[in-house]
Design a protein around this ligand. Structure first.
Ligand SMILES: [Zn+2]
Ligand SMILES: [Zn+2]
Length: 396
């Protein structure tokens, strides 16, 4: 089976490159993936598989049936959206949609999953069960397409027993993958704080309530949530990246200051607790100094948890497919990813697909204007995922 999959991955590699380049040239922003969804549907129709469009907007779901389709169902997921970035690469497949770029490699995920679909469909007489291929919109934007697809029932009828997802990873060479069991990626919540004082002349603070000084205290005090309330063995990070005094000047105390930040951690219970404490501290500090504080939390993605046993199996199967030297253990990451919603709903494994090639200068990180991949990664991306699907379906 392994050799059959490898041969097909090699055979479909040029088609996967063509899909990836097409998607790369015509990127679409989160929840606007109309053409992308259409393209995926056309390709699925060409392969000859059953699919449904318009799930969570532009989402597409294909059902692949092997022998005895009711035996077991598993799910595979690719995200399809691009980012508001102006591409700086001078390549034949450069983005034609100015200011929009597949800088997070979701074109690679989508092209790979199309390849997986083709491989599994070609080999349908050789495996048992059903594979649900989920082409998901809106990963890069809250509330995340994954949460909407789950709400709309993507994990029902039939319900998969487990789900796999992959993500490009420039620090790893093409041909390799990396994974980590257990907690892998952080939860991420956005904080929007407004401190309302009473403005006036900068020389007469006694007649004002200065929101700038109060905001400064709030920033420092909230850092103590991380340094004094968090379990030191549990990663947490709080960053305020934006602060804005409305109407202030060198000699004017403003009425209001707005503060924006992100809080990330790896533990759902602590996440709730930390947010509750932050709100309380900010509000009571402001109140103590005679100001008011509006503390708004925009909830982001939850913690991405890789199921321990499923990830151990994935690692074993990946070594069988790629070889021991091509599979590495990765540390946790404080970035977030809406695949986390799937990982909260069922056993899930999210692994990173090596796409780098330092000799060819392909090293730019994701979310940069110069991000690109070594397209050899597509053959690994589709072959390995097809292999994992077959192994998970065939498991005793
Ligand atoms: Zn991204
Ligand atoms: Zn991404």
């Amino acid at each position: 089976m392994k050799e059959k999959i490898k041969a097909l991955a090699r055979q479909y590699q040029s088609a996967a490159v063509a899909h990836r380049r097409h998607l790369h040239q015509f990127p679409e922003l989160s929840f606007q993936e109309v053409q992308t969804g259409q393209y995926v549907a056309q390709q699925l129709a060409a392969i000859g598989v059953e699919y449904q469009q318009g799930i969570a907007g532009n989402g597409v779901v294909a059902l692949l049936k092997g022998k005895n389709p009711r035996k077991r169902t598993i799910a595979l997921r690719a995200d399809m959206d691009a980012l508001p970035i102006l591409e700086a690469n001078d390549v034949p497949y450069k983005s034609q949609n100015t200011g929009v770029m597949h800088a997070c490699g979701h074109d690679v995920h989508t092209a790979s999953l199309l390849g997986v679909t083709h491989i599994l469909h070609s080999l349908r007489a050789h495996w048992e069960g059903t594979v649900k291929c989920i082409f998901q919109p809106g990963e890069e934007k809250l509330p995340g397409g994954a949460s909407i697809m789950i709400r709309d029932g993507v994990l029902e009828n039939p319900r998969p027993v487990s789900i796999f997802g992959q993500h490009v990873h420039p620090p790893l060479r093409a041909g390799m993958i990396g994974l980590k069991p257990g907690i892998f990626m952080a939860s991420s919540d956005e904080l929007y704080i407004t401190v309302k004082g009473r403005g006036g002349h900068g020389a007469m603070p006694q007649d004002c309530v200065d929101p700038v000084v109060i905001t400064a205290q709030i920033i420092v005090a909230l850092q103590q949530i991380v340094s004094r309330y968090a379990d030191p063995t549990m990663p947490s990070v709080l960053t305020f990246g934006k602060i804005n005094s409305l109407g202030g000047a060198t000699n004017i105390i403003p009425n209001e200051v707005k503060l924006e930040g992100t809080f990330r951690t790896m533990h759902e219970k602590w996440r709730k607790e930390a947010l509750r404490r932050m709100k309380k501290i900010a509000e009571s500090l402001a109140k103590g100094f005679g100001a008011a504080c509006e503390f708004r939390i925009e909830k982001g993605y939850p913690v991405l948890h890789n199921h321990e046993e499923l990830t151990a199996r994935t690692k074993k199967w990946a070594i069988e497919y790629l070889g021991k030297d091509k599979v590495v253990d990765l540390p946790i990451r404080m970035t977030s990813e809406d695949f986390a919603y799937f990982s909260q709903a069922m056993p899930a494994c999210f692994y990173r697909l090596g796409t780098g090639n330092p000799e060819r200068g392909i090293i730019s990180p994701v979310h940069t204007t110069t991000f690109d991949i070594d397209e050899a990664a597509l053959e690994t991306g589709m072959g390995l995922m097809a292999w994992l699907a077959v192994q998970e379906l065939g498991r005793k």
